[in-house]
Design a protein around this ligand. Structure first.
Ligand code: ADP
Ligand code: MG
Length: 600
């Protein structure tokens, strides 16, 4: 294996090559590079949308078309409506209008389609991809299928980019800027929210992340990348017609993102490069092999897609990265960052959580029957009972994930029903999950930082331009502090998925703590922990209680609960069968019967 190169030197050599490319290469190859740049810009949007966010779109070509046609109309029209006259004739103003227009269209389409689940979203993107394509071909003002000609070149400070080798620099500047901002975005508070979309929505909402907003954000960003590519394309070609904005090209963009490595920012460039060059080459060579003309490359690409999906799910980027090993930049924590402000905890002994007569029926099954309990600040209450007793159901009523059939749950005096997990998290209730929910490829630090999401407010734009670094340092510091507190410091930078199950449970507690709660809800925190780990967990919970935190823990491990908690509520068949001090409850005949006669 070759020694790892520094990221900086690899990037530096790449930029140097780009800089001289148009000077030394024949025009044909410069044009090819231009196309690669344009395609990569669209594919980059898809890396964010599909690769990272898990939302598949076949319709990106239509957004490219919006960008291209907007600028084509604005820069060639002899007469514009009065309200648009200011934007006529200038490509740069047209870019601005195009981006605004695309953002609006994307927002409307996103509002209509992003809520669709499963296959409906991709189908939705196909539907509007086709609609926009036919709209381009039908509208009289857009020149129908012949399109629009006479588009002027882009001028920079009066210098016109008429030649392929001139617009080359603009295309690649756009692409590199987009890579830079996307990379920054992904490495931020907002970026963690985006990265949680694929497989972590429930968890993210419980940590106060607005996942619907995050989906819309990446959808609009991807559309804007496509629009910018269309703008550049229109001024490079100097004419537009509907052909390059059809559904089949939309599929090709998706293909590029997937082949390159849909989760990788640089994968977009690799995918666009490989596909563009391969296509060019195959178009030349295949008809010669088969001795007749035809679109053989389409068939070839279909086969290649299948092979890649079978053999290299992560695309080609990981392969490429093996040949050009780049040292990963180790994250550094800024210990000097100011700590985040904390909410004052309620006074010790105050009732913070109160469930009153909570009943939950699933059809004929009564999973919770007139359950009441209270948790005070500075107290640990255990809700125990054999499997199937209704503990998790109760937990869901308390955390607002589910609504009682009758009765109510009050947190800090306010009902939780119908509020949604995000609002409840904001009120100061934080939870862990019985079945661990974390993002396995992200580091422990980043996973825990999601817990602190609500304690920051820097959005997409500051993140893209690194204007969020002070806040980011504070959020990461807070995460690091909680990781140290729960004893996972040595795993701070490890992938969360590489931890043992017990450690993953502890990670979830750190994440919950990073939200600065006054009530912690833990669903079977000791499950899967070894004896030593259980002891450490009990120690941690005692410490938190000492600080005035209210803790409700759901367990069926009696031994773990007994030496630790202040009070116990025992459930069986959906009902409360006992309540009191651990020692009392332990002697209760009904409880002994439930545990000895029960499954566990
Ligand atoms: P525990 O967490 O104590 O093991 P649960 O609260 O998960 O128990 O389950 C209590 C009972 O309610 C079980 O009989 C379970 O099958 C039933 N139950 C839980 N959730 C649902 C649901 N969403 N739909 C129907 N039945 C459910
Ligand atoms: Mg359960």
């Amino acid at each position: 294996m070759k020694p790892a190169l520094s990221a900086r030197s690899v990037l530096g050599s790449f930029l140097a090559l780009l800089l001289v490319a148009p000077l030394v290469m024949p025009p044909f190859y410069v044009t090819l590079l231009n196309y690669i740049g344009l395609y990569a810009l669209v594919a980059l949007g898809l890396v964010l949308l599909t690769g990272v966010g898990g939302l598949t779109s076949f319709g990106q070509a239509a957004f490219v078309g919006l960008g291209a046609y907007t600028t084509a109309v604005l820069t060639t029209a002899t007469e514009l409506p009065a309200w648009l006259a200011w934007a006529g004739g200038s490509p740069w103003l047209a870019l601005f209008v195009g981006l605004a227009f695309t953002a609006t269209v994307a927002f409307v389409l996103g509002s209509l389609t992003l809520r669709l689940s499963g296959h409906y979203l991709p189908l939705g993107t196909i539907a509007w991809g086709i609609s926009l394509y036919f709209l381009f071909g039908t509208l009289e003002t857009l020149g129908g299928h012949t399109g629009l000609t006479g588009i002027p070149p882009i001028a920079i400070f009066g210098y016109e980019l008429t030649d392929g080798s001139q617009i080359f620099y603009l295309i690649w500047a756009f692409l590199l800027l987009a890579v830079f901002t996307t990379q920054n975005l992904l490495d931020s508070r907002e970026g963690r929210a985006i990265r949680a979309l694929k497989g972590g929505m429930v968890m993210a909402e419980a940590m106060g992340v607005d996942t619907a907003r995050a989906r819309m954000v990446i959808f609009v960003i991807a559309a804007l990348h496509a629009c910018a590519s269309g703008w550049l394309y229109a001024h490079m070609q100097r004419f537009v017609n509907p052909t390059p904005f059809g559904l089949h090209i939309g599929i090709e963009y998706l293909f590029m993102a997937v082949v390159g490595g849909a989760g990788q920012v640089w994968g977009a460039l690799l995918g666009a490069g490989v596909i563009t060059i391969a296509k060019q080459w195959l178009q030349d060579i295949l008809p010669r092999i088969f001795g007749q003309s035809g679109n053989f490359e389409v068939i070839f690409f279909g086969l290649m897609m299948i092979i890649i999906l079978q053999r290299a799910r992560e695309g080609l980027w990981p392969l490429f990265a093996r040949f050009v090993p780049v040292k990963a930049t180790q994250r550094t924590l800024d210990a000097a960052a100011e700590p985040l402000p904390r909410k004052p905890l309620p006074a010790r002994g105050d009732v913070i959580l109160e469930a009153k007569d909570v009943t939950r029926k699933f059809g004929g099954l009564v999973a919770n029957n007139a359950m009441s309990l209270t948790v005070k600040a500075g107290e640990i209450l255990a809700l125990i009972g054999p499997n199937g007793a209704g503990k998790s159901t109760m937990f869901n009523q308390i955390s607002g994930v589910d609504t009682p059939t009758s009765g109510e749950v009050l947190f800090l005096g306010r009902p939780v029903a119908g509020r949604g997990s995000r609002a409840i998290a904001r009120m100061g209730m934080s939870r862990t999950f019985q079945h661990v929910k974390l993002l396995p490829t992200m580091s422990v630090l980043e996973n825990v930082a999601i817990g602190a999401h609500m304690r920051g407010d820097k959005g997409v734009f500051p993140a893209a331009w690194r204007m969020d670094r002070a806040e980011e340092a504070r959020l990461l510091n807070e995460a690091a502090r909680q990781i140290e507190r729960v004893g996972l410091a040595e795993h701070m930078f490890d992938a969360a998925g590489s931890l043992a199950l017990g450690q993953q449970r502890i990670l979830e507690i750190a994440r919950a703590l990073a939200a600065d709660p006054c009530l912690l809800l833990l669903d079977e925190p000791a499950a899967g922990l070894r004896f030593k780990e259980k002891q450490a967990l009990a120690e941690l919970l005692r410490k938190l209680r000492g600080e005035g935190m209210g803790i409700l823990l759901v367990e069926h491990d009696m031994d773990f609960v007994m030496g630790l908690v202040d009070r116990v509520v025992v459930m069986e068949f959906g009902q409360k069968i006992a309540e009191g001090l651990p020692e009392e409850v332990q002697q209760n005949p009904a409880v002994l019967e439930a545990y000895l006669g029960g499954v566990e």
